[in-house]
Design a binder for this molecule. Structure first.
Ligand SMILES: Nc1nc2c(ncn2[C@@H]2O[C@H](COP(=O)(O)OP(=O)(O)OP(=O)(O)O)[C@@H](O)[C@H]2O)c(=O)[nH]1
Ligand SMILES: [Mg+2]
Length: 466
């Protein structure tokens, strides 16, 4: 069903630019532009052929003044972004020109588009599904090559295809179950419960794999939190500055120099790492320092990777031992980094692994002052991520949208309930009921079923003109 009214908006960022584009979509688009456009070669039939670019002028039909020299691209329905007639006017980029051209299109009968309305029309008119519409906004917001790669594959239908494929497994079981319910008394071949269970296990494993991929998806989207922790004067800020290749954090020989955490982004092989320099841990009655340390503990708790810095040039202190044990118990990625190896060493790797049975490959040696061992440290950080995050560089389908994750969690719950009902040899109606609930969740992901509330929430995140 095509929507009635014609919409128009400036589709390029507001401000000065080489070019700026006004985009119009709807049944009146061509008519609106024809009234304001004069072709350079005086061609009366200008704008009549689809997927062609026409050069000419935009002229205000009321004052007859030339507004700008432009290129106009015509994309007739259904072969356009929205599946409606779309016309794009490429003007010189500048607010006065673009506002004037937009204004003319509104005077000629278009209405100002709402945020994301072009993409919403693409969805409503069936050109893309909801996961692809969501990928559009993620592409616009993507900060790194890897998250861009992931969202482009979502735009090409990676998530939608996997969800549809799981859906078809469940639809198949469901229709056979319905048949056996309808013809209970008759001699219709029905699936055995074992066969149904086998398909449900297949669906369950595939949903679980998508749910598991969310962790990688979130990391790609938000960046991987790497927290540099340790006692005071261990060399945390020195390492932080070295990783970022700038003097961002203050380094002094005084204990307790860093009072509050500092965060900076580091890009490694197309993946964003959010690096945190933290206040060093020591016993202190100073209010500011204690508050800084409380923040350090909170960061350690929420890190994806902790780097615990231990100065190898001094004997281990109570703080070092406390932190080694605390971080080792956190069940999250951690590297134990012996720093200051350019000085006489008091602590070696063996000593650290003896404390809490830490594996030797998790203990590294560096000198933040002399820039020793830093490349190896970076490689180990990258390795922790690629080893543990399926899909980060394997090309597997990765979900990175919390809406998809929540619906998949719910679908999984119903598939498990259906499987359990099979095991308990429950009646077919019960099994069919749970499967239909799971199907509803999968249908909501791709937008086969949707509510206006969900659509508004998704498209309100878009900018006007997209
Ligand atoms: N010799 C040597 N000195 C280092 C090394 N790394 C850091 N330092 C020195 O150790 C002192 C403390 O360094 P910082 O980087 O400020 O230590 P920090 O862990 O941030 O300290 P707080 O902010 O107080 O918690 C400074 O004088 C650094 O120059 C190293 O690898 N070798
Ligand atoms: Mg510091």
């Amino acid at each position: 069903m095509l929507t009635e009214d014609t919409i128009s908006a400036i589709s390029t960022p507001l401000g000065k630019g080489g070019i700026g584009i006004v985009r119009i979509s709807g049944t009146l688009s061509l008519q609106i532009v024809k009234r304001t456009f004069a072709s350079h070669n005086g061609n009366e039939n200008a704008l009549s052929v689809s997927h062609k670019v026409y050069s000419g002028k935009i002229i205000d039909p009321f004052t007859k003044k030339v507004i700008d020299e432009v290129l106009v691209t015509v994309m007739k329905a259904p072969n356009s972004y929205t599946k409606e007639d779309v016309v794009e006017i490429s003007c010189h980029g500048g607010m006065a020109v673009l506002s004037k051209v937009l204004d003319l299109t509104l005077k000629e009968g278009a209405r100002l588009a709402l945020p994301g309305e072009f993409t919403k029309r693409a969805f409503i008119n069936g050109r893309i599904d909801l996961t692809q519409a969501e990928a559009v906004i993620d592409i616009i917001n993507a900060k790194t090559e890897t998250s861009l790669f992931n969202t482009v594959s979502q735009l090409h239908g990676s998530v939608a295809n996997e969800v549809k494929s799981i859906r078809s497994l469940l639809v198949d079981v469901s229709s056979k179950l319905e048949l056996s319910i309808d013809f209970l008394e008759e001699d219709v071949p029905t699936q055995s419960l074992d066969e149904i269970k086998k398909t449900l296990i297949d669906a369950k494993e595939r949903i679980e794999s998508l749910v598991d991929s969310y962790k990688s998806g979130r990391l790609l989207r938000e960046g991987i939190k790497v927290v540099i922790a340790g006692r005071t004067n261990a060399g945390k800020s020195s390492l932080f500055n070295l990783l970022l290749k700038k003097d961002r954090s203050i380094v002094t020989h005084y204990h307790g120099t860093t009072r509050d955490f500092i965060e900076e982004d580091l890009l490694l092989d197309g993946v964003t790492y959010k690096i945190f320099d933290t206040a060093g841990i020591r016993s202190s009655n100073h209010e500011i320092e204690s508050e800084g340390m409380a923040r350090s503990y909170e960061l350690i708790e929420n890190a994806d990777i902790n780097l615990l810095i231990i100065p190898a040039s001094e004997d281990l202190t109570e703080e070092d031992i406390f932190l080694i044990n605390a971080i080792n118990n956190k069940n999250k990625e951690c590297l134990y980094v012996l720093n200051k190896i350019d000085l006489q060493q008091q602590v070696d790797s063996k000593r650290i692994s003896e404390i809490s049975g830490i594996a030797s490959e998790k203990i590294l040696k560096i000198s933040a002052k002399k820039n020793i061992g830093i490349n190896y440290l970076k490689n180990r950080i990258k390795q922790l991520i690629t080893d543990n995050q399926a899909g980060l560089d394997t090309g597997k389908t990765v979900i990175c949208n919390v809406r998809h994750k929540n619906l998949l969690d719910r679908a999984l719950k119903y598939v498990n309930a259906a499987k359990y009902a099979c095991e308990k040899k429950a009646s077919e109606e019960f099994i069919a009921f749970d499967i239909s609930k799971a199907l509803n969740c999968l249908n909501e992901i791709t937008g086969r079923f949707y509510s206006d509330e969900v659509l508004d929430k998704i498209f309100n995140e878009f900018c006007i003109g997209k």
